[in-house]
Design a protein around this ligand. Structure first.
Ligand SMILES: [Zn+2]
Length: 326
């Protein structure tokens, strides 16, 4: 593993000062000098490890920041239903998303103030019988995934048309329901939408093409998790390029050995979260890394996903938590 000097210093400090990493790496004597060569033997964590040790994985210098109110939490649940609280500093969270925002700006001319809608599970606490969406801010609405049905498709069409979003973040299965319902009812897609970002599930090439054809706009596939934010996004050739400035991606076999070639479990290291460091963390997804150069000309690793996660749904203490990384 190739790390720069700052990463060597930071990760070795994590193994020497964070309780959970200290426990897992006992007797390894990890230093700034040897961390690169020891990397493949460093412990691999999964969600259960983190859930069971949430208060033992904060980088000590970050605790003071928490007292100053410069940290915040996001929550994720996923398929296992285990609630995971991820702590970020505002600066790290912004840095973590900067490469995804750069792609949105460069390729689709999308910037944060633009009007957008996204789809997520409803919250029992704030969801009345008939509510199909929630206004998150002046420029964002969240449409509840459960309300996307053939019956409600005209309501959703009216809602999106009147809100006039410039872009959407949506799960492939949800946009498929919308497209077939709108086609059946003869409803045209709102003209305001110029970009659609698919996330949370695998997006096949025919599905992507169908969305592009129906909406007459550009579509990108984005793979990420609440724990580390964006991991990879698709290029013009349909390949998933790793967000190298945000994460290190590895593929490991069932014994935790690094797979240079071949399929295995995807394991990520956050390069940006310095409050709650995720080092060699298994996302629960499978795939493989491809080293050949893509015809789009971009360098760096390409990730081929084997199958996607079922997307997150969460209520913490009866309160809705926003799961999207917009
Ligand atoms: Zn490419």
């Amino acid at each position: 593993m190739q790390l720069n000097q700052d990463q060597k210093r930071f990760f070795s400090e994590c193994y020497n000062s964070i309780e959970l990493y200290q426990d897992l790496s006992r007797n390894m004597r990890i230093t700034e000098q040897n961390i690169e060569e020891l990397w493949d033997d460093l412990p691999i964590l999964d969600k259960t490890d983190i859930v069971n040790n949430q208060d033992r994985i904060i980088y000590p210098p970050a605790i003071a920041k928490n007292l100053n109110g410069t940290l915040h939490e996001v929550y994720t649940s996923g398929t296992t239903g285990e609630c995971l609280q991820v702590t970020w500093s505002y600066g790290d969270a912004r840095r973590s998303l900067s490469s995804l925002w750069a792609v949105r700006k460069q390729r689709f001319d999308i910037a944060p103030p633009e009007r957008m809608c996204f789809f997520r599970a409803s919250s029992r606490s704030c969801n009345s019988e008939k509510a199909i969406f929630e206004k998150v801010s002046e420029t964002q609405i969240a449409i509840y995934k459960e309300s996307v049905t053939l019956e409600s498709s005209s309501r959703i069409h009216n809602l999106i048309s009147s809100f006039s979003p410039v872009w959407m973040i949506v799960q492939p299965s949800i946009i498929q329901i919308i497209i077939s319902a709108w086609k059946e009812k003869g409803l045209k897609p709102p003209k305001s939408i110029k970009y659609i970002e698919c996330t949370g599930e695998m997006l096949s090439v025919p599905e992507k093409r169908e969305i592009e054809d129906f909406f007459g706009c550009q579509v990108m596939d984005q793979y990420g998790t609440m724990e580390v934010n964006s991991i990879a996004c698709s290029c013009e050739c349909g390949k998933m390029h790793v967000m190298d400035s945000n994460v290190i991606v590895e593929v490991v076999d069932k014994h935790g050995k690094t797979h240079r070639e071949g399929e295995g479990e995807i394991c990520v290291t956050s390069l940006t979260n310095r409050s709650m460091p995720f080092i060699r963390y298994k996302t629960g997804d499978h795939g493989r890394l491809v080293s050949k150069t893509c015809s789009c000309g971009r360098r760096g690793s390409i990730l081929e996903l084997s199958y996607g996660r079922v997307n997150d749904k969460l209520i913490v203490d009866g309160r809705e938590k926003y799961l999207y990384i917009v």
